[in-house]
Design a protein around this ligand. Sequence first.
Ligand code: PGA
Length: 232
Amino acid sequence: MRFVANFKTNHTRASTAEYIKTLSPILEEIGCKNTLIFPPATALQEGNSTIKVGAQNAYFTTNGAFTGELGLEQLDEFNIKTILIGHSERREILGESQEFIAKKFEFFANEGFEIIYCIGEPLEIREQGDEALFEYLFAQFEGIDTNYSKLTVAYEPIWAIGTGVSATIDDIKLVHNKLKEKLNLPLLYGGSVKVANIADIAQIDSVDGVLVGSASLDANEFAKLIKEGLGA
Ligand code: PGA
């Protein structure tokens, strides 16, 4: 099981350093080596042997005139080699199109980054049935090289993100099993994963890890979630 934390627009540089200081010894103790956190851009810093740090976003450039964006040069300074691409908040709120996302993917894949690539559907699509659901989800792979060796896919139904209502075990199985059938890739589930539901979610065969927002913000709570997920 892989545990990935998405801080979104939460935490500062100082509180992220504090977070790593709190979480690392706990992970060390339980022998958990592959936790990944995505702090906001101002809090990017080098990780350590238990916690890898990735970027929530960057532009497909080394540097240049892209006001408000980060490029490869800024990520390199902190030795950041992991990026989150396609999160629904960037698709929906920031208006990133599939074409734009595919360009970002191609650039960072060419740079050898580990990519956590998010897909997910809104409720109105889910309510239209399985055919519409899978059509919508697979359209989010347009322009994406799914054979890229450092790719992990995160399935995050939009209606389950930040709502406190996770998808049911059957909902998750339906999509993850279908994705596993088509793609030979590690799969994360995301959307209201918390201490109370991680044990059940972690038991699903086609779930290789979780992408956690709200329940990752407190280092001790996230540690509890990780322990629960590992049965440690
Ligand atoms: P959530 O967010 O855990 O707060 O639902 C997950 C995500 O958007 O990555």
